[in-house]
Design a protein around this ligand. Sequence first.
Ligand code: SAM
Length: 342
Amino acid sequence: MSERYSQDSVTFKKVEEIKRSNISDHIKSVASKVLEDKPPSKAEIVYLLGLKDAQERQFLFDLASCVRHDNVGDTIFVKGIIEFSNYCRRDCLYCGIRASSKVKRYRMTKNEILDVSIEMSNCGIDTVILQSGEDPFYTAEMIVDIVKSIRQTTRRPVSLSIGERTVEELKTFKAAGVSKYLLKQETVNREIFEKVHGSDYDTRISLLKELVALKYIAGGGNIIGLPGQTLSDIADDILFMRDIGVKMAGIGPFIPTKGTPLENLPMGSAEITLNAYACTRIAIPLVQLPTTTALGTIDKNLQYEGFDAGCNVIMVNFTPETYRSNYRIYDNKRKVEFYETT
Ligand code: SAM
């Protein structure tokens, strides 16, 4: 048995309960491996991702919650996001701010970004996330200037989610005080990636690995429900993130967006997304795992269910009202707001 779990731990007790139950052998095998600190096999993850039976899913979610409890505790981290530009040079088929979208474009100034960061900090958020389309207007120098001002003023950790930049730029951002960087692989299936994202598969994967090597708190992530994607692909995404050593995983369902080439596709499955959260927590016990706005867009209660499936992060949107409706990466995007109670 791994040193992670003593006989008094909630995970140990849950595994014992699962072993005594009449649940499927697959779940029993995954549970036993948890105690030995071994990840589930790809075949086991595929099985878990496809679970539909309510009792089996409850065992899976309970196991993931116990793994979270024993590894990172039950604190929920509230991160604040500013979507500071919706200009994008990429033309991802799924995304509402793709280059060829007719959306009204905006860019926030340094002072606007700083004002919002201060507001976030005053609300007590854990991390300032700066997100944008892939917008080369913001040079590395500009990003560094913005980040340094936020760090000096708020002292909060800063996370970037601004797409692909050169390795030199990533080093510069790190030196300027950026501690976290989210660059979702979207899917490790090359064929699907090249269809929906473009020819940058190798660049994106190598940059994500570079972020880990540069000792960022590096975030990967995938979209559930891309055209042609199978449970086997999603299992590959989870094992890929584990193998390369990401510390954050942003996993959300595909939401069709009007005016994009994928507008008529069905929404990604909320059930598979929740199963994927639980599998990711079990495969990567220390991971920072948001229950995503995309899941909340399908149904806000489902976003809260993410916490029962092993998630421990929620992102609150601080993008000013004047810009927010134009950061329309998908339709009917849920507004996760922050209200002070005093
Ligand atoms: N440009 C940056 C990048 O490429 O990493 C970050 C911004 S991008 C708009 C943020 C995330 O939105 C993407 O990583 C993608 O997973 C998600 N996204 C965009 N369109 C989506 C859709 N229709 N359904 C679900 N997720 C979507």
